[in-house]
Design a protein around this ligand. Structure first.
Ligand SMILES: C[S@@+](CC[C@H](N)C(=O)[O-])C[C@H]1O[C@@H](n2cnc3c(N)ncnc32)[C@H](O)[C@@H]1O
Length: 190
């Protein structure tokens, strides 16, 4: 087991059965890892770092190919814990942790510059998915992948429903919902 795997299992124990940091869980983490490997993603964006669990799964796939993950978190203590986990796992060269409220971060041109992403993972507040999508869609490469967590567990919420309808009807995205974890949406840019 390498140091990233060890940190992943440590966070699983730390977060406990009550999932106090709302991590996506092992099955979804592994899914993110496999997606990156499958499409050879080099540039990934995440909204909602929490303590860095999903980010570590993605870093595990990105590190050997010199890829980069940009991940956004607004909560002070969870962000501090994530930074500590990234340092201990030796992935500071892979992950840029952006501290702040995502809608404000999106307006900071120096954070994103002209970066085009191979993959984006939405796992922050469900109310902001529509604005994340508006931001990400033009910056997602053709063939790039959008992954969204909790689409079954939160599928009845008004904003999640609006978002899911938008993606389902969008001519530029082919999407499906997969029943793992709390339900994930995967969309591929055409
Ligand atoms: C479900 S948790 C993320 C779990 C993480 N992706 C994982 O699987 O390990 C959601 C996180 O998003 C953060 N968050 C929610 N709204 C946010 C926003 N507008 N900007 C930045 N972070 C936000 C919360 O503070 C929380 O830590």
């Amino acid at each position: 087991m390498d140091v990233v795997d060890l940190k992943i299992s440590e966070i699983e124990k730390l977060t406990g059965a009550e999932n106090k940091y709302w991590i996506c869980g092992h099955v979804v983490g592994e899914f993110l890892y496999k997606q990156i490997v499958e499409i050879s993603a080099k540039t990934v964006l995440e909204f909602g770092t929490s303590v860095g669990y999903s980010a570590l799964w993605m870093a595990k796939a990105l590190k050997p190919i010199g890829g980069r993950l940009l991940t956004v978190e607004s909560h002070k203590e969870r962000g501090d814990l994530a930074a500590k986990h990234f340092e201990e796992a030796g992935v500071m060269d892979v992950i840029s942790l952006v501290r702040g409220h995502a809608p404000e971060v999106l307006m900071q041109k120096d954070v994103f510059k002209d970066t085009m992403f191979d993959m984006a993972f939405f796992d922050a507040t469900k109310y902001e998915h529509l604005s994340y999508f508006d931001f990400v869609y033009p910056r997602l490469k053709k063939g790039g992948v959008l992954v969204v967590d909790n689409v079954i567990s939160h599928g009845d919420g008004n904003m999640m429903r609006k978002f899911l309808d938008l993606v389902a009807q969008h001519p530029g995205i082919a999407s499906e919902i997969i029943d793992i974890g709390s339900g994930i949406l995967i969309g591929r840019k055409q």
